[in-house]
Design a protein around this ligand. Structure first.
Ligand code: FAD
Length: 362
């Protein structure tokens, strides 16, 4: 007999799992719309098309085989023939998952109904909780159209640090859809969220200083806050899924690829006869390295541009993707460690080691 299994939440991880319900033959899946959830908004989701992500690639809007990191010292370019950086609309991804989920007989209900049904298993994909002083990745992005063709649409700019660095590590993320259209995001790593005006001014100043243009039209605006480092489960009594089961990569905020890895592993385990469980998809050594990196960025944010540009200089495009996707070899990790400015990292490592461990989402 199949076990009744409810997933609280209808965001990326819940729908990614629901789309694969046919691979979980021993479970009857139901997606539960949570009470008190904020109105769902569209935003862009970026990912490298590493193995297993063909289903997301199919709904992607554009991809780039070249990407760069820019500092005051210059532009550091990377590329990969095998894997491109893709971006898709979250709503389109969710819709494509919903179609597959309905074909797989997944049910969709409200939270009140779920409580009455008393399912055998419940997993919670509502967002994890951050400590009061947690490092946050906070950003505001605008998809803009400009008057003149100024963007090089063959290259995605992952980080351009040539912006105000007084509030923490700050960079512009620029995805050029065409020579006149781009998603431009002002992103900070710090503990304090700023007024919208700060990010919008940063975008406008950046476009004016480096491209000599200003937006003719704002097509779409999105903003977000991704908590980084150690997080606690939304409800300590309910096992998690997605970000609420540790899928956010502590130092980069990348989550999408890790939700895929988490769900893939859970499906493989169930099909080997194990219990359904969603584990933190990161290796302990990567969590440790990210902890040191976050400690450095919290205390010495001016080291950020040096570190990321050195990484871009010393790793090949494929090695960079492996590192970002949690598939780094020891050789790649050593290259990253060697790229780190030594003194801040020794101080960061000792601060991190001697800081008290906190409760971790697992
Ligand atoms: C603007 C933005 C851009 C992002 N870009 C990227 C990117 O490019 N690449 C990447 O890898 N990640 C990105 N992320 C992180 C992204 O959120 C995750 O990749 C992904 O959505 C996490 O999936 P999830 O299922 O864990 O959570 P979600 O998709 O956020 O789902 C959470 C569920 O909980 C519900 N919920 C939320 N708050 C509450 C509440 N208070 N009470 C009750 N229910 C609640 C929601 O309605 C939803 O059903 C971005 C996030 C934002 C906000």
């Amino acid at each position: 007999m199949k076990s009744e299994t409810h997933i609280i939440g209808d965001g990326c991880s819940a729908m990614m799992l629901a789309a694969r319900a046919d691979e979980l033959e021993s479970h009857n899946l139901t997606v539960v719309k949570p009470e008190g959830a904020p109105t769902a908004k569209d935003h862009m989701l970026g990912f490298w098309n590493t193995p297993g992500l063909k289903y997301a690639e199919r709904v992607s809007r554009k991809s780039w085989s070249n990407w760069s990191i820019i500092t005051d010292s210059g532009e550091f370019k990377m590329s990969s023939n095998k894997h491109a950086y893709h971006v898709m609309h979250k709503t389109e991804f969710l819709q494509s998952c919903r179609i597959k989920a309905e074909m797989n007989d997944v049910k969709f209900i409200e939270q009140k109904e779920s409580e009455q049904l008393r399912p055998k298993h419940v997993f919670d994909s509502r967002p994890p909780r951050a400590n009061r002083n947690a490092m946050l990745q906070h950003f505001l992005g605008q998809e803009i159209e400009v008057e003149r063709p100024v963007f090089d649409d063959s290259t995605a700019i992952l980080m351009d640090f040539r912006v105000d660095q007084t509030h923490g590590m700050h960079f512009i993320y620029l995805l050029p859809f065409s020579p006149t259209r781009a998603l431009v995001e002002s992103t900070l790593f710090s503990t304090k969220i700023l007024e919208d005006e700060f990010y919008v001014d940063s975008i406008n100043q950046y476009l004016s200083s480096h491209y000599g243009v200003s937006p003719k039209e704002i097509i779409h605006q999105e903003k977000g806050v991704i908590p980084m480092g150690n997080l606690s489960r939304h409800d300590p009594q309910i096992p998690g899924l997605g970000a609420n089961a540790g899928a956010i990569r502590p130092a980069s905020g990348y989550t999408f690829v890790f939700m895929h890895q988490q769900i893939q592993r859970a499906i493989e385990d169930v099909n080997k006869g194990k219990k359904l469980k969603f584990k933190r998809p990161h290796k302990a050594v990567d969590v440790w390295m990210d902890g040191v990196l976050l400690t450095v960025l919290r205390h010495w944010p001016n080291q950020g541009p040096i570190l990321f540009s050195r990484m871009a200089e010393r790793l090949t495009g494929d090695e960079f993707i492996q590192f970002m996707s949690g598939k780094a070899t020891w050789g790649i990790r050593m290259k990253v460690i060697m790229a780190m400015p030594k003194l801040p990292f020794i101080r960061g490592a000792s601060k991190f080691i001697f800081s008290r461990p906190r409760k971790v989402v697992s």
